[in-house]
Design a binder for this molecule. Structure first.
Ligand code: ATP
Ligand code: MG
Length: 124
């Protein structure tokens, strides 16, 4: 299992959400975060200006998927939906996931992150 974490521009929230929906990712956590990258939060660096950090609002997606194929598919979808080509488009990180538990059923790991049988059949 892999957690794909993506930090993107706030205004790309809906586009990224739609892109993940299209590839049938189910189970997403989204948070509002603050951060900066290599430009320390500034789009224009004025020579001689005091070096400080400017935290900009961003949106963070966290998605746990079953394997590298799914992680790559999710990453491609996110990159395509989030890219403007300007500094500040964001980053994607992958993390190994040690364990997952679906609280309702007690299912673990892979079973916990794929649709439960009772729901997959009944859900329209
Ligand atoms: N190394 C990092 N660790 C943790 N968070 C990061 C890191 N780099 C970027 N971020 C997060 O991603 C957001 C966007 O980063 P950003 O796209 O500016 O990265 P960058 O490396 O400066 O790339 P670019 O040159 O395209 O701007 C930051 O505000 C921060 O929240
Ligand atoms: Mg940057």
């Amino acid at each position: 299992m892999i957690k794909v974490e993506a930090i993107v521009r706030e205004e790309r929230l809906e586009d990224v959400k739609e892109a993940l929906r299209e590839i049938d990712v189910r189970g997403i956590t989204v948070s509002q975060v603050m951060g900066c990258g290599t430009q320390l939060g500034y789009t224009h660096v004025v020579r001689g200006s005091k070096v400080s950090m400017n935290m900009l609002p961003k949106v963070k997606f966290e998605i746990v998927v079953s394997n590298e194929d799914w992680a790559q598919r999710a990453t491609n979808a996110i990159v395509k939906a989030a890219r403007t080509g300007e500094p500040g488009d964001g980053k994607v990180f992958w993390y190994p996931v040690a364990r997952a538990v679906r609280i309702r059923t007690g299912e673990r790991d892979m079973e916990a992150i794929t649709p439960a049988p009772s729901q997959a059949e009944g859900e329209l």
